[in-house]
Write a protein that binds this ligand. Structure first.
Ligand code: DCT
Ligand code: MG
Length: 491
């Protein structure tokens, strides 16, 4: 997904201008980024140079460079043609409309064949940087990550801080990873990081070391750290969190087999299931498996609620091809308040009878219509939901026997089902589509709009009213944000 997809057609707002962006010395990635950005802002941008082009935009080219290039093209450029430095486009993007072209932008002075001044490097700082918001909800983050070497390193460090319950440093590295994932080009030198938001000094040190040595000594040390390795292993068991890991680590455990065979330890129902289906659950869910689960879920829900609207959410809705579970949001326009809580128990019962239910935990709704949205970014929602482990038979999966090695004809899959009232579906969908993105949306609502957003509602504190929404688009509009598609929310 992402860059391999054709761009959606954007409305052209400024019909008098036809732009062409020169790739020479700019590079394909950055050119594609600038073209997409300008189109999104309502500019007409051509893929190819043609007679109709009115403005050529170049970067790191002198006027004579561009004129030379133009001579080679078999296109008769009009004498009205503007040859401009990228700083002009930067200003237009900031203004949201075409700004006047003045001498400082013009690489070639109109009606004059002599080359203009070379672009001032001060004015040609990368545009991506100038327009990158500190909020993930104002960035488009596809799965096409150009900076994986850095973001992988940050994620290891963040996880280690999480294991040590250092929330501040955890957030520092998670935010930094999120910013670099949205960057449309790879960082090659420290200069590329100038002006980027959320890059603290300790983050920059890691970037610098990776640029220079190809790896970070800090990351290497963490990966070899006994506590990190143990926590990573223990938390990979369904039902094991930081508290349990801490306990086991202090007791001296380092392997799962020692833990499983220990007679003194007590396990929760969740942890027992976690150990029982460990191999299946650690091997991620593929998209084919998720689609097969989707069929299973729809069959069961529709048997009791034929008008149910069932949406696969979570990472798969964001275009990911693997996940640790499969998440579904269920709602219905007709269901009554009395019927609503009965559907999930009926479905669980059906799967139980069919022998497909390996584990379940049903959490009843504590949803109240007039409750204000939560201030906590990480607060759980109040809808009825169930956390399941389902038995997925290999023959139900499209691409054959995925993961079948041991003669077992099925795979255990983690599935979450959430039931929400119909009028809350947009908020629930936004929340359950998730990633960092959604947490930053809540942060943005609080700090920039004096509003409160969570998985249930949006509340305007100034006007003291709940803002209704039928779709995710309407929520973005209430917040005064450009709409960001699910596959651009991989922050
Ligand atoms: N979520 C939420 N409230 C909860 C639990 C989850 O709003 N009580 C949101 C956050 C992300 C989304 O739902 C799905 O959660 P996960 O499955 O944990 O994340 P994911 O993005 O689907 O990642 P993965 O691919 O690992 O499943
Ligand atoms: Mg998920």
């Amino acid at each position: 997904m992402g860059t391999s997809m054709a761009s959606p057609p954007y409305d052209i707002k400024f019909r008098d201008l036809v732009l062409f962006i020169l790739e020479k010395k700019m590079g394909t990635t950055r050119r594609a980024f600038l073209m997409e950005l300008a189109r999104r802002k309502g500019f007409r941008v051509e893929n190819e140079l043609s007679d109709s082009v009115t403005h050529i935009v170049a970067e790191n080219n002198s006027g004579s460079d561009v004129l030379e290039w133009l001579q080679v093209q078999k296109v008769s450029a009009s004498p009205q043609l503007e040859v401009l430095d990228v700083s002009w486009l930067t200003e237009c993007m900031r203004a949201g409309e075409p700004v006047e072209t003045t001498g400082k932008h013009q690489l070639v002075v109109r009606g004059d064949d002599s080359a203009g001044p070379s672009p001032d490097p001060q004015k040609t700082a990368p545009l991506a940087v100038e327009t990158m918001s500190q909020y993930a909800c104002q960035r488009r983050t596809t799965l096409n990550n150009h900076n994986r070497v850095f973001t992988d390193a940050f994620e290891v460090l963040a996880e280690n801080y999480e294991f040590r319950e250092n929330e501040g440093s955890y957030l520092t590295f998670m935010r930094a990873a999120s910013v670099l994932k949205a960057l449309p080009f790879p960082i090659l030198s420290m200069k590329d990081t100038e002006g980027l938001p959320c890059l603290r000094d300790k983050v920059k040190c890691v970037i610098e070391e990776i640029i220079e040595d190809g790896e970070s000594s800090e990351v290497k040390a963490v990966l070899n750290d006994e506590r990190y390795q143990s926590f990573k292993l223990f938390t990979s068991v369904f039902g094991v969190g930081l508290k349990t890991s801490e306990k086991w680590f202090r007791m001296g455990f380092r392997t799962l087999s020692k833990i499983k065979s220990d007679q003194t330890l007590k396990f929760t129902r969740m942890q027992k299931a976690g150990f029982l289906y460990y191999e299946d659950l650690v091997s991620c869910v593929t998209r084919a498996e998720a689609e097969a689960v989707s069929v299973l879920v729809k069959e069961a829900i529709w048997a009791f609620l034929p008008d149910a609207v069932i949406t696969m959410t979570g990472g798969f809705r964001r275009g990911k091809n693997i996940g640790h579970d499969v998440d579904f949001l269920i709602t219905s326009p007709e269901i009554t308040e009395e019927e609503e809580p009965q559907i999930l128990p009926k479905v669980i019962n059906l799967w139980e009878r069919k022998g497909l239910l390996l584990y379940y935990d049903l959490v009843e709704s504590t949803f109240e219509k007039l409750k204000l949205p939560s201030r906590k970014v990480d607060a759980l929602d109040h809808f009825q939901k169930c956390f399941l482990i389902l038995k997925l038979h290999h023959q139900r999966v499209d691409c054959g026997k995925s993961g079948q090695q041991d003669g077992k004809s099925w795979k255990a899959i983690r599935v979450d089902l959430v039931m929400c009232p119909y009028e809350r579906r947009a908020f629930a969908l936004l929340g359950w589509t998730g990633s960092r993105f959604e947490r930053d949306l809540r942060r943005f609502a609080t700090h920039e709009r004096k509003m409160m957003l969570d998985n249930h509602a949006l509340y305007d504190k100034t006007k003291r009213i709940f803002l209704k929404a039928e779709s995710e688009e309407e929520i973005f509009a209430h917040l005064g944000l450009e709409y960001i598609d699910p596959w651009e929310r991989n922050a």
